[in-house]
Unconditional design. Structure first.
Length: 241
């Protein structure tokens, strides 16, 4: 679709991306332009901002879905083609979404709630049906060079409250933060939820559950809940003997 574009990425919006978890260096040399039209009137009245990297398009169907329900002060910055993405949804005011260069999310879904953030620095390759869900002020931040097999699920929350009968205290995560370092491999149908930290070069095995855990760099984990199965590992995208 032919989008009308305006100003480049402002310093204010650049700072907001950095605050959300993006390394400022990842923006160096990239030209982003603000999309001014066609967008509904409420989009502009609400102070929302959508930026697209020069030379890339944004599927009209994604924008139509994104603008189904009004919200305000959202910042969405797209640095790659999203033709293969199934949906991009914002669920409230002040959501921040960044999808960096060379990222592919085949049939993937991104949901970002109010005061929440999804930041994919770049080179995030998800082979099929990745689901990313940040809500309640939580965030999902993935550094460059990710390989996610089919069906991975990253969610800051369980979407429903689990509480102690006696005290009424919430027991499950709320507004949690998920952080993935560089060069991380997530196996098929891996689940990351709650406050999670995955170190550089780590591997999460097939159908493993990482829930409110830390995984050290260059470590392989597997199981439900995930446990360390090997330390001092690295991995390659090529399937070599």
């Amino acid at each position: 679709m032919a989008w009308s574009t305006g100003e480049p990425l402002t310093e204010q919006h650049r700072a907001r991306l950095v605050e959300a978890g993006l390394d400022a260096a990842e923006l160096a040399g990239l030209e982003y332009r603000r999309i001014t039209a066609p967008l509904p009137d409420w989009w502009h009245r609400g102070g929302n901002a959508l930026y697209l990297r020069a030379g890339f398009d944004l599927p009209e169907r994604l924008v139509e879905l994104l603008t189904t329900y009004p919200f305000a002060q959202a910042l969405i910055v797209v640095g790659t083609g999203l033709e293969a993405l199934q949906c991009l949804l914002v669920g409230g005011d002040r959501a921040t979404v960044y999808v960096g260069p060379d990222s592919v999310l085949a049939a993937g879904e991104i949901y970002c709630g109010a005061d929440s953030a999804v930041v994919l620095a770049g080179g995030v390759v998800a082979t099929a049906r990745a689901q990313i869900d940040a809500r309640n002020g939580g965030s999902v931040v993935a550094q460059c060079d990710q390989l996610w097999a089919a069906g991975v699920y990253l969610a800051t929350d369980d979407m429903h409250r689990l509480e102690d009968v006696a005290t009424g205290a919430r027991l499950n995560p709320y507004g949690a933060h998920i952080r993935l370092g560089r060069h991380v491999w997530l196996g098929r149908e891996a689940v990351l939820t709650g406050d999670v930290e995955i170190g550089d070069g780590a591997v999460v095995g097939l159908r493993s559950l990482v829930r409110s855990q830390k995984v050290a760099s260059r470590t392989a984990v597997a199981g439900t809940p995930a446990r360390v199965i090997r330390e001092g590992v690295t991995w390659r995208g090529e399937d070599l003997p």
